[in-house]
Design a protein around this ligand. Structure first.
Ligand code: ZN
Length: 132
């Protein structure tokens, strides 16, 4: 992979000239696009729909699931975008990709748990610890 890291850029609509290593995300149109990370420069569009791609962004570290397989393009490259890293999928087994997904979802749950935890839960835990 010529491009090994990718960063998100939130845009209204995609610019004409795309930059390498940038994942353009249009919430308005619910889709992303980027230049193929193999370096061939083909514009790869990954729509964000439950049946297509899912995007997570933890402080600028983007993950796209499932993997990007450019079977319709000449380069035939296949890679995973996880935590802002571009990982060649050829060197990853399907199990590893699934594991990565589970890891990302665990992270997501942890993230929401941390932000939605209220003082009531703290009190509840403290009470439980007293009567244990
Ligand atoms: Zn390519």
């Amino acid at each position: 992979m010529r491009i090994s890291t990718i960063r998100p850029a939130y845009v209204e609509s995609f610019p004409k000239a795309l930059e390498d290593g940038v994942l353009y995300i249009s919430r308005t149109f619910g889709t992303t696009c980027h230049r193929c990370c193999c370096g061939c420069g083909t514009k790869i569009v990954a729509p964000l729909r439950p049946t297509e791609y899912r995007l997570t962004d933890f402080g600028g570290r983007v993950s796209l699931y499932p993997s990007v397989g450019n079977w319709n393009h000449q380069c035939q490259s296949h890679y995973v975008i996880r935590n802002g890293q571009v990982i060649p999928a050829g060197s990853m087994s399907a199990a590893e990709i699934a594991e990565g997904r589970a890891h990302d979802e665990g992270e997501k749950r942890a993230y929401y748990a941390a932000t939605t935890r209220s003082w009531l839960e703290d009190v509840w835990e403290w009470l439980q610890s007293r009567f244990r």
